[in-house]
Design a protein around this ligand. Structure first.
Ligand code: AMP
Length: 282
């Protein structure tokens, strides 16, 4: 496995792979890798000749008051994980190389980026899409792997690839959870012991909502209130949003008649965690 930070160097390697007719799977990350990221690498390895993982903490997707400067970084451990899971190349561009100050053109995200995380993190998806578009152009992967954990991001990137004609197939990957149900996240390391225990209320509430859906409940306001009440039983939880939206358009729904996404964001102390449930059996 090689670690490359220069754009020209990685392009040369990729050109050679393409010349040999090899397929490339790509896993973009911000590092501090956990089992969730590694499952994406594993899936990419199973479906491609070569796997590239990028590690880049993208300043464009953080708002000024967010955790960019303290976002956890653990490059040595990340490289070990990438190697163990069969990555061929790790791309670690410097901030200056990927985002030179002359960068004046960005990817604008329309309707899909306005609600859910887009409303509490203004500009977030513009930042995500701009960097992912740059990475797609540099690495030209055949397939790109994104976790369903970040469901809105997955929906937006899927649309970006279609709308901007990127020649890469976006592959959704299932959410990986801790044994008590908490969705794995690089931000879980911020949680105190008490917050970590309290955070299980998110997946418990989503599971209970799933039972309601399975029993035939279809009124989204009722289900939303149920989830909010359930999360509020945990005193350390502070809800940012709970929303029920159409799975592909991400627009709010009243009566659940098509596949939906229930998306939630909850603060525990200063740590904001997201999770979601997709329900398609309607
Ligand atoms: P990040 O480093 O947080 O930007 O995440 C990089 C990729 O890993 C994204 O596509 C995430 O959706 C995915 N990911 C993060 N956590 C999980 C998880 N628990 N299960 C599956 N995929 C995940």
């Amino acid at each position: 496995m090689e670690t490359i930070s220069k754009i020209n160097e990685i392009r040369n390697i990729i050109n050679e792979w393409k010349r040999q007719g090899l397929t490339i799977g790509f896993v973009p990350t911000m590092g501090c890798l956990h089992q969730g990221h590694l499952s994406l690498i594993e899936q990419a390895k199973n479906e491609n000749d070569k796997v590239i993982v990028s590690i880049f903490v993208n300043p464009l997707q953080f708002r000024p008051n967010e955790d960019f400067s303290r976002y956890p970084r653990s490059l040595d451990k990340d490289l070990e994980g990438c190697r163990n899971f069969g990555a061929d190349l790790v791309f670690t561009p410097s901030l200056n190389d990927l985002l030179p100050e002359k960068n004046l053109v960005y990817v604008d995200v329309d309707l899909l980026g306005n609600n859910l995380c887009g409303s509490s993190r203004e500009g977030h998806f513009r930042g995500v899409c701009t960097i992912v578009a740059k990475l797609f152009n540099i690495l030209t992967p055949d397939k790109s792997y994104f976790g369903e954990k970040d469901a809105q991001q997955l929906a937006i990137i899927t649309r970006m690839a279609e709308d901007l004609n990127f020649n890469t197939k976006i592959v959704p990957c299932a959410i990986v959870r801790e044994s008590d149900g908490l969705a794995m996240s690089s931000r879980n390391v911020y949680l105190t012991l008490e917050e970590r225990q309290a955070a299980t209320i998110i997946s418990k509430s989503l599971s209970s909502a799933k039972s309601l859906l399975q029993k035939g409940k279809r009124d989204s306001l009722n289900i939303k209130s149920f989830i909010i009440d359930s999360i509020k039983t945990e005193p350390l939880a502070n809800i940012d949003y709970v929303e029920i939206v159409d799975h592909s358009t991400l627009q709010f729904v009243d009566i659940i008649e098509k596949p939906i996404l229930i998306a939630v964001a909850v603060y525990f102390g200063k740590t904001r965690l997201i999770d979601n449930l997709t329900y398609k059996e309607v």
